[in-house]
Design a protein around this ligand. Structure first.
Ligand code: NAG
Ligand code: NAG
Ligand code: NAG
Length: 476
């Protein structure tokens, strides 16, 4: 997995975490006075005792064995005071159980006492180790659930059809487990579902994308990185569509841009990466969700170019990440808006000069234009990128002329790669100002310089590589 997709995944986790915290803040109402029902405290203890607590079982460094403090002894015998348990203030029933990152290890069985807690509205068991057991169909007994999070918990088997009994669900998180088989079509009868996340399982089968577009409340849909094949039917184009803020259809075997995206004006996150989409990026794609879009990932497809005129800059005013890497894009380099933090478009066939407008991305942190056919000299304004730039990768293009002569003091640059181009003339001594530099690669160019004395000055700070030998100049 490339560093860019790792980064996207990281952003994605942050996005989901902030989303779930938002939901927690709006729903939880901790209770102090209420007294736990006996049958519920014994169900909780039974549930606790069905697992062993293993410190190492969660990948989360903040994991804490919440159930360890659960006991009927002493002052803390009221289960409503137990870690991770929230009771209704009026009825005393357990309405919320949050044992995420709880170091639980063992199987969830169909006779688990968990399913006696029928008043539960929110259940979070994410980041535990359920030893590849299945979700028992009895989960359908918990019909008051609005929130169910079983992500990253080593569950396997099929997604039970009884989930359709949970008609109040708003959030369903099943990501990063080992679920197999199809997504039950009955899942669309979870009428109020706002978030459906099955990212990173082994779910398979061919499904109509329309099926999900019938879920009117859906705001976030993540079907990415399974073995699913999504078909884009004609029939759903006229339906009243959900208004998505997050849509991740990476690696869903898509072969074209889903048409319904045309009418999405509130997307913050869109990934169609790792699909089999061929041909041009349609002109309308540049104009969807102009104000809301933060992340756009079309990497690892077979895109060959752009329909019509590509606007300069691209019109998403709040864009943070644009990833178009590893396609077959021809034509000139699209210029993202000034808000952009990361722009990755390596491994394409872009040609022509780099427009000076690229320097308008004054917050850019990571710029990767490597392995294209970009030519001409670099805009000398590149040093305007300023303090935010961490990575600048121009490797393997046809760039020529001098590299910019002034590099500001105090810049954060960690990695520069100018190798495999046709850069000429002298190396700027101001590169010695880049105190944070860990790797610089200037190899295979046509610099005319003696071995740069300043390498000795900044070499001290290098942690990784200095490759390339600028003394082999004039080897045209
Ligand atoms: C985990 O699953 C294996 C295989 O099914 C089983 O033998 C083992 O007892 C289970 N361990 C626990 C702690 O449930
Ligand atoms: C780039 O920035 C300059 C100065 O802020 C502005 O005048 C110009 O319109 C911008 N151009 C583009 C294409 O963003
Ligand atoms: C390389 O630089 C030297 C010294 O500045 C100069 O005399 C020479 O003409 C240059 N060679 C080329 C090919 O530019």
């Amino acid at each position: 997995m490339g560093s860019s997709s790792l980064c996207i995944m990281f952003m994605r986790v942050l996005f989901l975490v902030s989303l779930s915290q938002l939901i927690v803040l709006t729903h939880s109402s901790p209770s102090i006075q209420s007294l736990c029902h006996d049958d519920e405290s014994s169900a909780l203890l039974q549930f606790k005792n069905s697992f062993s607590i293993k410190r190492s079982e969660s990948s989360d460094p903040l994991a804490c064995p919440k159930v360890a403090s659960w006991t009927l002894e002493g002052q803390n015998s009221d289960c409503c005071t137990w870690d991770g348990v929230i009771c209704d203030e009026d009825t005393g029933h357990v309405i919320e159980l949050d044992l995420s990152s709880g170091n639980l290890y063992g199987s969830i069985n169909s006779n688990s006492s968990l399913f006696h807690l029928v008043h539960l509205q929110r259940l979070n068991l994410a980041f535990n180790n359920f030893n590849y057991s299945q979700i028992p169909s009895q989960v359908g007994n918990l019909s008051r659930l609005t929130y169910l999070n079983l992500s990253s918990s080593m569950l396997s088997g099929e997604i039970p059809v009884t989930l359709m009994n949970l008609t109040k669900l708003t959030f369903l998180g099943l990501s990063s487990n080992n679920f197999q088989g199809p997504i039950p079509s009955s899942i669309v009868h979870l009428y109020n579902l706002e978030v459906l996340d099955v990212y990173n399982n082994n779910l398979n089968g061919t499904m109509e994308l329309c099926m999900f577009l019938n879920m009117k409340s859906l705001g976030m849909l993540d079907l990415s990185h399974n073995e699913l094949s999504l078909l884009i039917g004609e029939t759903c184009t006229n339906a009243t569509l959900p208004k998505f803020y997050g849509l991740d259809l990476a690696a869903c075997n898509l072969i074209e841009f889903p048409n319904f995206l045309k009418n999405q004006d509130g997307l913050q996150w869109l990934s169609l990466a790792y699909n089999n989409i061929t041909g041009h990026i349609p002109e309308w794609m540049w104009h969807i969700s102009k104000e809301s879009l933060r992340v756009m990932d079309l990497s690892f497809n077979f895109l060959t170019g752009f329909d019509g005129q590509v606007p300069i800059p691209l019109p998403w005013t709040n864009l943070a990440i644009l990833d178009l890497s590893s396609n077959q894009l021809e034509g000139s380099l699209p210029i993202p808006p000034s808000s952009t933090l990361r722009y990755n478009i390596p491994n394409n066939k872009l040609s022509g000069r780099i427009s000076q407008w690229i320097c308008n991305m004054t917050s850019i942190q990571m710029l990767d234009l490597s392995n294209n056919s970009l030519s001409g000299s670099l805009p000398q304004c590149l040093n305007k990128f300023g303090d935010s730039l961490l990575v600048l990768n121009l490797q393997k293009n046809k760039l020529e002329g001098s590299i910019p002569q002034t590099w500001a003091k105090g810049t954060q640059l960690r990695m520069i790669n100018f190798s495999e181009n046709k850069f000429q003339n002298r190396l700027p001594t101001s590169l010695a100002n880049l105190m944070m530099l860990e790797a610089i690669d200037l190899g295979v160019n046509q610099f005319n310089d003696s071995f740069p004395y300043w390498v000795g000055i900044i070499g001290h700070f290098f942690k990784q590589t200095l490759r390339g030998d600028p003394t082999t100049a004039n080897t045209t």
